[in-house]
Design a protein around this ligand. Structure first.
Ligand SMILES: C[S@@+](CC[C@H](N)C(=O)[O-])C[C@H]1O[C@@H](n2cnc3c(N)ncnc32)[C@H](O)[C@@H]1O
Length: 210
């Protein structure tokens, strides 16, 4: 299987090479919650990393399930929650294979997609669709990190650049309701940025939970 392994991610956490980590809650999540656009519900945070968003959502009254491939990340999130006496379900799991026991009202997708090799994107998008309630919403942050090698066809990452045209193919309008652009562009202190989009699943062709 192409792309970063679980050892790759564990090593990033072990060596503190986590340049993606803002050291705090994603500003778009703060905006969504404080504006009332995202209210306490059953929410999934796939590829949660160090878990700033998991902590924030749990403290704000959400019923949170968090997933990460890396045992190191899971341990960090559990420690973070324990320090504040907060509760969430934190699982070591591969988003490409995990089976949800029940569907979620919302998913906070913050740069897990861009951590996956592009061959896995369509399968992951189908997982996200399957995990949502019919009226659920996917809050997705599309990483904008184009690399010069792309001009000659190279696949460079992670992070893999989530070009909006590719995203339209990965989350097709037959399965997802897209809002009209422009979308908020949230800068990252590391120099990249994310496009914040809220997608709704369309019920046509919905697969049952496995
Ligand atoms: C770029 S980091 C983002 C972490 C966090 N969402 C943030 O923005 O701070 C990607 C995260 O996804 C996790 N990850 C990568 N591949 C995964 C997979 N197949 N299943 C679950 N988690 C995965 C990594 O361990 C890492 O914590």
């Amino acid at each position: 299987m192409a792309g970063p392994t679980v050892d790759f991610w564990n090593e990033r956490f072990r060596s503190h090479s986590t340049g993606w980590d803002r050291g705090g809650v994603h500003p778009q999540l703060l905006h969504c919650v404080t504006s009332g656009g995202l209210q306490p519900c059953r929410i999934l945070v796939p590829g949660c990393g160090a878990g700033h968003e998991v902590e924030y959502l749990a403290a704000a009254g959400f019923e949170v399930t968090a997933l990460d491939y890396s045992e190191q990340a899971v341990a960090l999130v559990e420690q973070r929650l324990q320090q504040r006496g907060l509760k969430a379900t934190v699982l070591q799991a591969d988003v490409r294979q995990w089976q949800a026991p029940t569907r979620f009202d919302a998913i906070w997708e913050q740069t897990c997609l861009c951590a996956l090799y592009p061959d896995d994107w369509v399968g992951y998008a189908q997982q996200l669709h399957r995990w949502l309630q019919p009226q659920g919403r996917l809050f997705v942050q599309f990483m904008q990190a184009a690399k010069p090698g792309a001009e000659s066809g190279k696949i460079e990452g992670p992070p893999y650049h989530c070009d909006i045209l590719a995203m339209r193919a990965v989350f097709p309008a037959t399965q997802w309701e897209w809002p009209k652009p422009p979308y908020p562009r949230v800068p990252h202190p590391g120099g990249s940025a994310e496009l914040a989009v809220v997608l709704r699943p369309i019920q046509y062709g919905r697969e049952p939970l496995r």
